[in-house]
Design a protein around this ligand. Sequence first.
Ligand code: PMP
Length: 331
Amino acid sequence: MRGLHRYDSILDAIGWTPIVRLNRITAGLPAEVWAKLEFLNPMGSVKDRIARHMIEKAEADGRLQPDGLILEASSGNTALGLALVAIQKGYKLKVVVRDSTSPEKIALLRALGVDIEFVDASLPPEHPDSYNNKAPRLARGLSGCFFPDQHNNRENNETHYLTTGPEIWEQMEGRIDYFVAGMGTGGTVAGVGRYLKERNPHIKVIAVEPEGSVFAEYFRTGRRPQPKRYLMEGLGDEFIIGTADFEPLDDVVQVSDGEAFLTARRLAREEGIVAGGSSGAVLAVVLKLARELPPGTRIVTLFPDSGFRYASTIYNDQWMHEHGFTVEPGS
Ligand code: PMP
């Protein structure tokens, strides 16, 4: 029962996350900033939503058989969401992750009994063993294996069109001027953006990615630049993937690793909200917008995962220092 928050299954507790207003970090800024806290999903990220939807779609049309194997490539959060759904429904799970994925996510995946295949994050995208190439190749070689393929499967975007978007519209009672969200697969920003624009075409939708990713230049010029490495987990890509739906987007903005990580730490210190680096990236863009927009403008953003996933990386002063980011005492 949704109203009492009492459910027959943990899977029914996915979604309907709170939206909270940011009051302190925004002090003195004319626009209102609201954030949807997706790290309050059961396995701790926005990706619980797509894990459930993609698996249930595959069950319904026979792509996934009882006791079957699921294989996916993930920056960690989709893998964790899939682990939750797989455990509840009795499937086996194998995931391909970069060796740069945070130790917290890897430890959790192991504890959940997930079979992990690492890829060298420094391999060029064209390499047969690169992150983007390895999972489809492994999936082709395993009979009866379901490959959700979150980077190309538009059921990913559909999840957000059917759930996250309508929740935001209802929670904000339709009073939204901007929606700003990170772009990894693009499922969140494009799926929510499409829904919100259907309700009100005046809403501006802004995607955020790390410097070094390829979406912003592709959006502006139609060309794919040479990708560069970055540390932020969960955002950006080296290819223009199938879920990258640019139609609902008004702009794609880049943020550096340093600005993203330091803004996430500011969010923790100034609001007590402990979120991941991708939340810091979107918030950096939102705070700049909130400074420039007229009083009362409502900006809605979304925090995909928790900072507890990054206690040994972006919330660790020594790690920040080793990676060249200046951490002032208390920042
Ligand atoms: N932030 C984090 C931490 C993520 O794991 C992801 C998913 N890759 C995103 C943001 C982006 O979400 P999407 O794939 O829907 O664009």
